[in-house]
Design a protein around this ligand. Structure first.
Ligand code: SF4
Ligand code: SF4
Ligand code: SF4
Length: 308
């Protein structure tokens, strides 16, 4: 029987439904985690960013990542303009995107791992390859990873990328410079490189104080909201925006304040408790990914095709 995409999805949906029904009791989310005051993070102030991409370059240098033009076959990595990637990839852990409003006013936003307080990627990983570290970073251990990519579908920000081009593929994402710099008492490479003071590195609690002070001092400059303070249970990377530029228009989705990781973790545990087959796992988690992608697309549609 020829299995086209529609049939495949249908079978997946049925298998997912069967799997969900086979679970004897409802999946309950565990309690949410609380942030640690000693965790580090970054405050990305989009009102200060001038779009120079010095942070992006510094990240590549810090992590010894190739520029797009040195990769040889551009087609394999999506169309690149000059040396600038269009999306996060296994070669690009952070990315500056330009979003324009209806008056052609530009706002620049830095994409990267949010180092969530209660990371969905961690809770989705059944072998413990992703961990929340004492410094606040979310660390990936390639030695433990079995390549299932559940973390990719679970991440609400679509951050983890899969490196297909290595003999042993692995997940790639921003490390918060944990091992290369934080462990030596140094701030992140991207925050150090920024000439506009748009990236502030520090402890999570201090960053929230700094952000609040900025909003209070210049209410005409800032929207009265710190993105990441509460969204999705809180993150260690925060964002500020202009009063008339909604976070959703910058690709930062309008999430609930509740973490999804408790639910992801409960689903994973239940799946393995009842030995639900992999197709059902992918159906359930694929649904989560499709939902995340659709929300991201909708959130960014005001910005249009505006990366450069
Ligand atoms: S942004 Fe995604 S990859 Fe980063 S910690 Fe949160 S869930 Fe994990
Ligand atoms: S914290 Fe480090 S790894 Fe993350 S975006 Fe900045 S330079 Fe790159
Ligand atoms: S270095 Fe600073 S000003 Fe330049 S793009 Fe990055 S955040 Fe924006």
């Amino acid at each position: 029987m020829k299995l086209d995409r529609r049939k495949f999805l249908k079978i997946g949906a049925v298998a997912g439904g069967t799997a969900a029904c086979s679970v004897a009791s409802p999946v309950m989310a565990r309690d949410e985690r609380e942030p640690d005051p000693n965790w580090y993070g970054m405050l990305n102030d989009s009102t200060r960013c001038i779009g120079c991409k010095a942070c992006q370059v510094a990240c590549k240098k810090e992590n010894k990542l190739p520029t797009e033009s040195t990769l040889g076959d551009d087609k394999a990595f999506g169309e690149a303009i000059y040396d600038s990637p269009r999306e996060l990839s296994e070669h690009t852990y952070t990315l500056i995107k330009m979003h324009q409003d209806e008056n052609q006013q530009a706002t620049y936003v830095k994409e990267q791992c949010m180092h969530c307080v209660d990371p969905a990627c961690q809770s989705a990983c059944i072998v413990g390859a992703l961990t929340k570290e004492a410094d606040g970073s979310v660390k990936y251990d390639a030695g433990l990873c079995m390549g299932c990519r559940y973390c990719m579908v679970a991440c609400p920000f679509s951050v983890p990328q899969f490196d297909w081009f290595k003999a042993i593929p692995s997940i790639k994402k921003c490390t918060l410079c944990s091992e290369t710099r934080l462990s030596k008492g140094q701030p992140t490479a991207c925050s150090t490189a920024c000439p506009a003071g748009a990236i502030t590195f520090g402890k999570r609690e201090d960053l929230l104080k700094i952000a609040r002070k900025r909003i209070e001092a210049e209410p005409e400059r800032y929207l009265d909201h710190i993105y990441g303070e509460k969204e999705i249970g809180g993150t260690n990377v925060f964002y500020l925006t202009k009063p008339k530029v909604a976070f959703a228009s910058l690709g930062l989705q309008d999430f609930d304040y509740k973490a999804v990781s408790g639910l992801t973790e409960s689903i994973q545990h239940r799946i393995f408790q009842y030995f639900i087959p992999p197709i059902a796992v992918y159906s359930i988690l694929g649904g989560i990914m499709a939902y995340n992608q659709r929300r991201k697309k909708e959130a960014g549609k005001l910005g249009g095709d505006d990366e450069y």
